[in-house]
Design a protein around this ligand. Structure first.
Ligand SMILES: Nc1ncnc2c1ncn2[C@@H]1O[C@H](COP(=O)(O)OP(=O)(O)OP(=O)(O)O)[C@@H](O)[C@H]1O
Length: 280
C-alpha cells in the first residue's frame, strides 16, 4: 500500500495551485461551536501533524462527532479558527479541500444497491451515488480494482450494498476513501456492529493505513478497537478537551477517569488497549 510519493509533504494545495510544505493536518485554535443556541464546543485547541494516527475518545455527548465534522471541513466553527491541511476554513474552496479528506462512517447513507466496484468508484467523484453518465478513466478503474484487492472485497461480483455484511461494508468504504489518495482520513466508529473476527480484520486494515502516508483521526467508544499504531489520543468531555498528545501520555487511568467521570483502569498489552471500570 505504500507509495513513497505520498509521504512527501510538499503537495499542491487544493485550489491554491501553489506548492508549499504541508505538514500540519489539523490546527484548531479557540474553536467554539454553537447549535440551537447552545454552545457544544467550548474553545478547542488541537494540532494534528501529518502522518500521525489519532484516536478521539470520550463519553456520549462529549462533542466528538461535532469536532470530527470540523476536522473533515464539513462544519464551520462558530468562533475560533480551523486550518485543515493548511487551508483556513472560510478562505478556501471547500469542494477542493474536501477532495483531500476522506470520511469513513459506518452509517454511510447509500440508498441504492450498488456493487462493491461501483461503491469504490464513488470515491473518485466524492459522491454517495454513482453520477449518471459519469464514466471512470482507465486509471480510476485500475486503482479501484487494486484497492478492492488490498481490502479483500469484491471477489464476488454479485455482492451488493444491501446484502453485504457490516465488515464487508466497512472494508469497501475504506477502499472507497482511498480512491482519491486522501491526506486526511476521518474514521467515525468504523468497527460498529462487527463481530469479533470482523472487528479484528477491520483493526488490522486500519493499522495498515499509515503505510499510505495518510493522517487518520478515529472516533471509537471502545479502547479494545484502537489499532496498535495509534500514535496520539484526544480525550473529550462536555465539549472540552481533557487531554491531547502522545497516546501513552493521554490514555492514563487518571485522565481517562476524569473524562468519563468514573474510576477506570486502562492497560496496554502488546500494543493494544483495554479499559475497565473500577468497581467501588
Ligand atoms: N442537531 C443538533 N441539535 C442540537 N444539539 C445537538 C445536535 N447534534 C448534537 N447535539 C448536541 O451536541 C452535543 C455533542 O454531540 P456529539 O454528537 O458531537 O457528541 P458525541 O461525543 O459524538 O456523542 P456520541 O458518543 O453519543 O456519539 C450533545 O449534547 C448533543 O446533544
Amino acid at each position: 500500500m505504500c507509495d513513497p510519493a505520498r509521504a512527501d509533504p510538499r503537495r499542491t494545495l487544493p485550489g491554491g495551485g501553489r506548492t508549499v510544505a504541508r505538514v500540519t493536518a489539523v490546527r484548531l485554535e479557540g474553536v467554539r461551536f454553537v447549535r440551537a443556541g447552545r454552545e457544544i464546543l467550548h474553545g478547542i485547541d488541537l494540532t494534528v501533524e501529518r502522518g500521525e494516527q489519532w484516536a478521539l475518545l470520550g463519553p456520549n455527548g462529549a462533542g466528538k462527532s461535532t469536532l470530527l465534522s470540523i476536522c473533515s471541513a464539513t462544519t464551520f466553527p462558530s468562533r475560533g479558527t480551523a486550518r485543515i491541511l493548511d487551508a483556513q476554513m472560510g478562505r478556501v474552496d471547500l469542494r477542493e479541500l474536501r477532495r483531500s479528506i476522506a470520511v469513513v462512517d459506518a452509517r454511510h447513507p447509500l440508498g441504492s444497491n450498488l456493487s462493491v466496484r461501483d461503491i469504490v468508484l464513488t470515491g473518485a467523484t466524492s459522491t454517495i451515488e454513482r453520477i449518471p453518465r459519469w464514466e471512470p478513466s482507465q486509471a480510476e478503474v485500475e486503482r479501484a480494482e487494486d484497492l478492492m484487492k488490498q481490502l479483500a472485497v469484491g471477489d464476488d461480483p454479485t455482492q451488493r450494498w444491501l446484502t453485504m455484511s457490516q465488515g464487508e461494508r466497512g472494508r469497501t468504504l475504506i477502499a472507497r476513501a482511498l480512491m482519491t489518495e486522501p491526506d486526511l482520513m476521518i474514521l467515525d466508529e468504523p468497527s460498529t456492529g462487527l463481530d469479533l473476527a470482523a472487528r479484528e480484520r477491520m483493526i488490522a486494515t486500519i493499522d495498515r493505513l499509515p503505510d499510505t502516508g495518510v493522517t487518520t483521526i478515529m472516533v471509537t467508544h471502545h479502547f479494545e478497537e484502537l489499532p496498535a499504531r495509534v500514535s496520539h489520543a484526544a480525550l473529550m468531555s462536555a465539549g472540552r478537551l481533557i487531554a491531547a498528545g502522545p497516546v501513552d501520555e493521554v490514555l492514563t487511568d487518571a485522565l481517562v477517569s476524569e473524562a468519563y467521570e468514573h474510576p477506570i483502569t486502562v492497560e496496554r498489552v502488546g500494543g493494544r488497549w483495554t479499559a475497565r471500570a473500577r468497581l467501588p
